[in-house]
Design a protein around this ligand. Structure first.
Ligand SMILES: Nc1ncnc2c1ncn2[C@@H]1O[C@H](COP(=O)(O)OP(=O)(O)OP(=O)(O)O)[C@@H](O)[C@H]1O
Length: 261
């Protein structure tokens, strides 16, 4: 479903500020795989997601989704296959629009122009049903401006919008990190439900070790633009946060040795 081959991304290339953000990443996800992505700050996690979404062009390597080479496609075209939720609850929705206007936009994403028209009665019914599944009472607030919702409500709505137009791939970038524990737990549950219901192939960046272990069927750890640890299936089920911390400690020991050398 998702095939990333030898992906390299360099920011400010050929300048004194040159930064290799991705240094030859290979990653293959089968349909329905749910991979959690961990790693220290600046490891390249968001860059990987941005490249899959068509936000940036790589200096080398390719991204294929469902067998289609999307490496050089503009982001609005890749959006046909990809739904995204970001850390900032403000990022996924338009605050001045109502809930139904936001949903209508998400509904139209990746569809032909003829289907882009406003909110019909049939669509409103569909929106109500979908919102009811969030169990936040938003189905009765279709004409409320999204700017008036809490962070947790907006993130739940962003998740619904990201999965609404039938994407194949879901990209989650620390999407529960800005929420209080109760709201984070709600959005985590909604994420698991949405992924299972739509059979989505998912990449989820998180700094929460417990979340990285408890969600999904595979875990990758990134460091300095590379995937340096890859756990799947039974190995992932058996792994503990101590195991992950041990991997982090090994990296720190290597960096300390390099610094001291
Ligand atoms: N748009 C950009 N312009 C310039 N440099 C960038 C850009 N995006 C990322 N970088 C740099 O690339 C490297 C990888 O960044 P990235 O955001 O992918 O890391 P990350 O693993 O997501 O980190 P964090 O956990 O801190 O969010 C960092 O050194 C970062 O400063």
């Amino acid at each position: 479903m998702l095939e990333v081959r030898n992906l390299r991304k360099i920011f400010f290339q050929h300048t004194p500020n040159e930064k290799v953000a991705l240094d030859g990443v290979d990653l293959t996800l089968a349909e329905g795989d749910f991979v959690t992505v961990i790693g220290s700050n600046g490891a390249g996690k968001s860059t990987l997601l941005n490249l899959v979404a068509g936000e940036f062009r790589p200096e080398a390597g390719t991204v294929h989704i469902d067998g289609v080479d999307v490496t050089k496609m503009p982001v609005h075209k890749v959006a046909r296959w990809v739904g995204r939720v970001f850390q900032d609850p403000m990022a996924g929705t338009t605050p001045n629009g109502t809930i139904e206007q936001n949903l209508a936009m998400a509904f139209a994403r990746g569809k032909t122009r003829g289907l882009r028209t406003g909110v019909t009665r049939a669509k409103r019914e569909l929106f109500r049903e979908e919102l009811a599944s969030l169990e936040l009472g938003l189905e009765n607030r279709l004409r409320t401006d999204v700017g008036l919702l809490s962070g947790g409500q907006r993130q739940a709505l962003s998740l619904l919008m990201a999965t609404f137009s039938g994407p194949k791939i879901l990209l989650l970038d620390e999407h529960t990190a800005a929420l209080d524990p109760a709201r984070a737990a709600l959005v985590t549950r909604l994420t698991d439900e949405a992924v299972a219901r739509h059979g989505l192939t998912t990449l989820m960046v998180t700094h929460n070790m417990h979340q990285a272990l408890s969600m999904g069927n595979r875990l990758i750890m990134m460091h300095e633009g590379r995937i340096i640890y890859d756990l799947a299936g039974e190995d992932k089920k058996k792994a503990t946060t101590d195991d992950l911390l041990h991997e982090f400690a090994k990296l720190k020991a290597v960096s300390d040795r390099t610094l001291l050398a």
